[in-house]
Design a protein. Structure first.
Length: 64
């Protein structure tokens, strides 16, 4: 994915989250994640990304 594609996709996601509102944004993110996971050929890269993201967020919390 090019930087332009990434920017376009991120912008579309932000606009969609704003459209569904804060009450449903978590559900929307979950649905998008599950759909993207289903497109992955195997679980290993998905599990690695989940673990890295979780660790990053936990590390940032410690700095709060």
């Amino acid at each position: 994915m090019t930087d332009a594609d990434l920017d376009l996709s991120y912008t579309a996601l932000c606009e969609a989250l704003a459209a569904v509102g804060p009450q449903r944004s978590e559900l929307m993110l979950s649905m998008v994640c599950v759909a993207l996971m289903a497109r992955s050929g195997e679980a290993a890269p998905v599990l690695e990304l989940i673990a890295r993201t979780r660790q990053r967020l936990q590390d940032e919390r410690v700095g709060d």
